[in-house]
Ligand binder design. Structure first.
Ligand SMILES: Nc1ncnc2c1ncn2[C@@H]1O[C@H](COP(=O)(O)OP(=O)(O)O)[C@@H](O)[C@H]1O
Ligand SMILES: [Mg+2]
Length: 265
């Protein structure tokens, strides 16, 4: 099963990915976290890793090589959402070279690639690579990939969502975030994603939760959980560490109950 966590920048995608990964692992699954947001710098820290793995981008010779490969594919008429740049037909977690996958606290982490320098060009190569990596990633019944997606909706245009079972939209208390959730749910449906749900995040009161739930329902999106604004999450992310047991880790249990009904705690 492949679950992608989408939403507005700063809505809490990386935090929700980390909370989900821990809770899904606790229920007996093997969790692979896929960091596909080229601007994330701290996901590995909030997951409790000392270091990030080497980018998958290096497996194909780095960004420049990939850009050259893509340019030649474009000139031979291939379109970006269908382009193939990986030589493998199938990616098994156990066959990912060790420098490109890290394991800690029972979780595995891969990282597609980051923008590191100014003027290095757009993130298109990462989009192409993410799509193909997710399409070819082969998981068994107990394997779940949790994908930390880049902010916004560009990845839908690149076809990144085509192999996803579930899109989970993180919605923070703002109009922008709600509007983006509407766009995402339409694009996810167009991409053939089976299930699109939303989780409210950084919610400060039950009244706020009720109002936001109504707003989501008006937009035809089902909220499956409410994660409270949690000072421990704020402190942990600021200090670049894994959050301790906190309100938010309790709240995420309801979200996992809805995502994996057969694995209720
Ligand atoms: N439930 C929460 N409670 C308190 N702060 C939160 C919560 N979720 C996210 N945050 C704060 O919001 C910031 C952005 O979260 P992050 O997961 O990095 O967003 P994104 O990945 O969507 O850009 C974090 O640094 C953290 O301080
Ligand atoms: Mg993030």
């Amino acid at each position: 099963m492949k679950i992608s966590v989408c939403g507005k920048g700063g809505s809490g995608k990386s935090v929700i990915v980390a909370l989900l990964a821990d809770e899904i692992k606790r229920r007996g699954y093997q969790v692979l976290v896929v960091d596909s947001d080229e601007s994330n710098s701290a996901l590995y820290r909030i997951l409790g890793f000392d270091q990030p793995p080497e980018p998958i981008l290096e497996l194909v010779g780095g960004k420049k090589k990939l850009q050259q490969k893509m340019a030649s594919r474009f000139s031979s008429g291939e379109s970006e959402p269908k382009m193939s740049v990986l030589s493998q037909d199938k990616i098994l977690v156990k066959e990912i070279p060790p420098q490109h996958i890290r394991h800690s606290n029972g979780l595995a982490l891969v990282n597609i690639g980051k923008i590191l320098h100014s003027l290095e060009g757009c993130a298109c190569p990462m989009g192409v690579l993410t799509r193909e990596f997710l399409v070819k990633l082969s998981l068994d019944d107990k394997g779940i990939a949790v994908v930390d997606m880049e902010a916004g909706i560009e990845h839908f245009g690149r076809g990144v969502a085509t192999s996803l079972d579930t899109v989970l939209i993180v919605v923070e208390p703002s109009f922008e975030s709600l509007q983006l959730a509407s766009r995402i749910s339409v694009l996810a449906a167009e991409s053939g994603v089976r299930m699109t749900k939303a989780v409210l995040n950084k919610v400060a009161s039950p009244e706020m939760a009720a109002k936001l739930q109504d707003e989501l329902k008006k937009r035809g999106i089902e909220p499956i959980g409410v994660v409270r604004y949690d000072p421990e999450i704020f402190a942990a992310t600021l200090e670049g560490r894994k959050p301790g047991n906190c309100l938010a880790s309790d709240d995420i249990k309801h979200v996992v109950d809805a995502l994996l009904p057969s694995a209720k705690s």
